[in-house]
Design a protein around this ligand. Sequence first.
Ligand code: ATP
Ligand code: MG
Length: 425
Amino acid sequence: MKLVMPPAVRLIIQELETNGYEGYAVGGCVRDACLGREPNDWDITTSASPEKVKEIFGHTVDTGIAHGTVTVLIDGEGFEVTTYRIDGKYEDARHPTEVTFTANLLEDLKRRDFTINAMAYNDSTGLVDAFGGQEDLRNKVIRCVGEPEHRFGEDALRMMRAVRFAAQLGFSIEERTRRAAVKLAGNLVKISAERIREELVKLLMSDHPDILLDAWDLSLTRVFLPEFDAMMERGSGETAVKALRVSGKDRIVRLTLLLRDINNGSASCAEAVAQLLRRLKFDRDTMKKTAVLSELSFEPVPDCKAGIRKLASRLGDEQFDRWVCVKEALLQAGYVPGREEAGSDDPARLSAVRELYAQIRKDGDCLSLSELALTGTDLTADGMKPGKQVGEVLHRLLEEVLQDPARNTRAYLLQRSRELRMQQP
Ligand code: ATP
Ligand code: MG
């Protein structure tokens, strides 16, 4: 079997061989190349020690020297070259306490998580597949290398990786691997929120986000997303998953579809969503956008341009298209909108709203305080005392402009601001 590798990878392997060492492309890139998918990155494994790798290649960076990884730079592009290694005992189901370098490729492949991730390749030897990775690729199966209970016991993150790969590749999880995950799901508590978040996002953004149901079935969500288990009990989990399946691959849209219904007793939907995303260590921007979109996903579909402008201004930048996507996905998933969500069950009205919003953008209508033709400084220059009232007046002015964008002129707004101030106590 011949796989096509990028020239730089071939060069690195050749150079290692010329110096008397072995070198192979390994892991995800071999898996993806076998599947005819474009690999994210090409990792190389070698019998040479990290010091030798540094000697052989002029330009290197010590990326993870303790674990045997050196980044080799070829024409400015980095390739991770890692010395064959055996992972020592895992004390906390997270990190091996020590790693030992070895000259034996098979030992290195044995430490890897799944058979499909444990294959190596170079042009001189061809494919090295000691654990049936090819067959599992053919049968579309995720299977642990070795004894699943032992492997999940060593590193609990592998259970998340199993469902993530199943979702990315459209594979199923092999029965013994499954049973081991069910048994050891509780160990996930030992894994950091950041690492769980990364796997969850990859799962959600994959071609098969409905594999989330596998994570639930394996009792994994019970540990990192118990809110989803509660949704499954209430009957809203399945709808969320169906909506995920039909939605476009936007991170905020997919997080919203997953979380809008968590309803954990917090004051508001936005607060509940923000709290959960904070727990999973999401960045502030994602947290804010998802929280707002979740909350406003329960709003009715507007029936006029003024209504659209109002909603768009509450949603903030770039979010209106997402809002329509959320509504459309829910509709396709058979979600039954509440009475207060008027118009949300009408696909024609949703596409009309999309068109009207495009016009609003094209016309450059003002949708936010920053686009208002009058600023807080203008108001204080006009004699208003700086303070809370300035903001209040600006908000009132924005509301009027959202009703009718022709009002967004300095002269009109200044005059209106004076009238509003007169009315204020
Ligand atoms: P991706 O396409 O997402 O990068 P990948 O298979 O390359 O997928 P990485 O996380 O980049 O995944 O890891 C590279 C390789 O290292 C894997 O293919 C696997 O062989 C091994 N590996 C990674 N994480 C683990 C782990 N937790 N336990 C065992 N082996 C692992
Ligand atoms: Mg990778």
